[in-house]
Design a protein around this ligand. Sequence first.
Ligand code: KG4
Ligand code: ZN
Length: 331
Amino acid sequence: MFFLAIETSCDETAAAVFTEEPRILASVVASQTDLHARFGGVVPEVAARAHLQRLLPIIDETLRQAGIRLEQVGCVAVHNTPGLVGALLVGVSTAKMLALALGVPLVAVNHVEAHVYACRLAAGRDIFPCVGLVVSGGHTTLFRCTDALHFERLGSTRDDAAGEAFDKVARFLGLPYPGGPAIDRLAMEGDRNAIAFPRAMLDEGYDFSFSGLKTSVLTYVRKHPDAGNADVAASFQEAVVDVLVTKARRAAREVGATGVCLAGGVAANSALRERVLDACIADGLRPFVPSREMCTDNAAMVAAAGWYRLRHDGPTPLSAGAIPGLRFPGI
Ligand code: KG4
Ligand code: ZN
């Protein structure tokens, strides 16, 4: 069976075609970064309009690359939560329309969970039981993933997502949008131990907090106008990475996971990738760190999540809506 998957939760318009093994036949991603750069962040209305203009041509291109016709699609998968409501609506309405017109099942999946399936897809083998660390612009969540169908949320951010902190600190330092890659590059020229920024709730539970760290960077730079941007970027990044890796390691030990899976846009960060790999080697865990393209938003991960969810939960009713807030089955 061919799955057609659609992703429009934020600022990437994406489609993918997926088949049984599970295997990706085509995955196309059109980033809207150029549209949002001058605003310094994603503008929800601009994102929704761009999805509307781009989604159908992207689906056509994906089918062409996969070498199949629309009538051969046997299931349509889509992210319906969480995300920007206007952006999600474009994908959800298109997916419902296609499922209805083709007479095939619809399967709606959770975007944050789908990031973990990107690791499964990239690994090409079983990754469970693992701890899933999903870090992006909109979410920072630690999961206990017992198997492909049972995810338990251990903790989330109480304020800013890690990527949001990267973007805001970058903006304050005068770096271009998106801030994460810009800080990543600048940090390579700085000293990560130059400034001791705080690590909130380091040894306490599985929740995260990055808002205090962000304020602390702002206060430090105002008090020390001569501090080099590279040292500030490297020290800030080190504080974020320290907290993420410490908690993921502790979670893996405490829940008896055999691996750590790193996903979401911030998983493209060089220091984070390196530290997760080092930690896994030290703790005898299997590291699952997909390519940077699979870390950021894409529809291949929607297809993979949909493939498992269809088998476990069955099709999603066509009455399903776009839900901007987080929804986890059973949580
Ligand atoms: O998963 P994603 O593509 O979209 C959301 O669902 O949010 O993640 C985007 C986030 C942005 O905040 C961006 O700055 C961050 O991921 N990001 C990075 C890097 N590349 C992207 N953060 C740190 N280092 C990077 N190399
Ligand atoms: Zn995402």
